[in-house]
Write a protein that binds this ligand. Sequence first.
Ligand code: F6P
Length: 557
Amino acid sequence: MSRPEDLPAWSALEAHRDATADVSLTTLFESDPGRFDALQGEAAGIFIDFSKNHLTRSAAGAAGDTHALLVQLARESGVEEKRDSMFSGGIVNPTEHRPSLHTALRAPRDADIRVDGDNVVPAIHEVLDRVCAFADRVRSGEWLGFTGKPITDIVNIGIGGSDLGPLMATEALAPFLHDRLNLHFVSNVDGSHLVSTCKRVGPETTLFIIASKTFTTQETLANARSAREWFLESKAQTADVAKHFVAVSTNAEAVAEFGIDTDNMFGFWDWVGGRYSLWSAIGLPVVLGIGPENFRQMLSGAHAMDRHFVEAPLESNLPVTLALLTVWYTNFLGCTSHLIAPYDQYLHRFPAYLQQLTMESNGKSVHLDGSRVDVETGPIVWGEPGTNGQHAYFQLIHQGTHVIPTDFIVPLESLNPLGDHHELLLANCFAQSEALMRGKSPDEVRAEMAAAGTSAEEIERLVGHRTFPGDRPSNTITVQRMDPAALGALIVLYEHKVFTEAAIWDIAPFDQWGVELGKQLAKAVLADLVGGRTVTSHDASTNGLLNRATQKRNIQA
Ligand code: F6P
């Protein structure tokens, strides 16, 4: 085990942080005309400007060069070896004794990737071909509902990785969606989610996809059962379920037990983590929506970023660079959260998708060997699209007490060119990163207010409020257009960023034991909630809440 704080590069970075603490971002730009050209990168159609970060560059050598020291940390942490192990089917998920081979899902047909001695690529492409053939039948109108009508609505029932990826991707690629097919996603066990969705669709023309890796997830099964009841309340017979319900899962037995013909099931494998499953048959709603050809473009963009992650040296490796910046801010500069600000309305679910990817992966506090981690690990990830965010939470990132490293994400071209809207969008995006970095000094505020004719007294009353500290870091990530290939590459950029962070922190990114306790307790709490008895077996608060709910809901036995 390599505790990150014991590595030589860690101590070197601490010393470097102390030595460069007073250097502002604006000073770095003023003293270095080559900074933008030096601190940028491009791969798989993704361009990243990371020059607006607290990275000093030094002609004098690595000791003054933050990025070089961070790369040294990655090297000492064994990032390259761990990466190669992941790609070749090593047990990188040791607490579940599994490889994590989502990268194989976007490998070309002729690749050879082995699990337990067997090449998994032919089976991956077999399922992909079935998914595509099925999608073609639905899209063309050949697949008919029980009254002979083509499908018009797809309802995906799933949660977590069986929801967020397809939901995010179909929203992100809305301009590529099929004209006849409307996509809906039901995830929450709150009945309102299913009820409101069913109000918008008809049983004769709706196809339900029950998506669950395990096919044991309480919320998904409850929604699936209620959806089937709703369907059978129409004129449909039990035999018609086969025309309207398909499943995506690794658990054929449970799918059959639920009543879905396994001929209508698309499988995947236990070595595909839920939050990495978009590339598997879990992507079925995406294939239905954007079509097989576009989905294959998405896979090829993803694969291009995989190749970059494997082949590019750490120094110019984009996922590694983003990860190192997060380590720098989290472990050396005291930042606790990371903002994702897509300047692309279609990416409005991308921050939520990244929340699961990042926080379920790196929300850990033990090392791989089970010992306690003594440094901070995964930061809180959050965000909403710009420009809306500018009129809501941006106040805090500009003038609040927290320094929040931000990723701005923006396509250079719009998929919906409309007057000067896209120029306005781009200008706002670039202006925000500039404003965060430059800030506005008290003297600038005074001069501005004086020029506007404000009295000296009023200026002094307001100067503190109108000052911006600046010096706040950001990356700006651009793509030409947010098409399927670009989206694929963008998602994988973050997948490998998260992996690299975990490699440095020496934590396990592919399990999620932290979600289990709540699931266990929910079962016990449910039994007490519906039991109709006064409950005394929990803590006073939980007992009180249960008893109050029972009384107020009038469900005493
Ligand atoms: O509860 C967390 C989780 O296990 C996620 O990791 C997963 O994506 C989600 O639940 C859904 O699981 P399943 O696809 O098995 O229903």
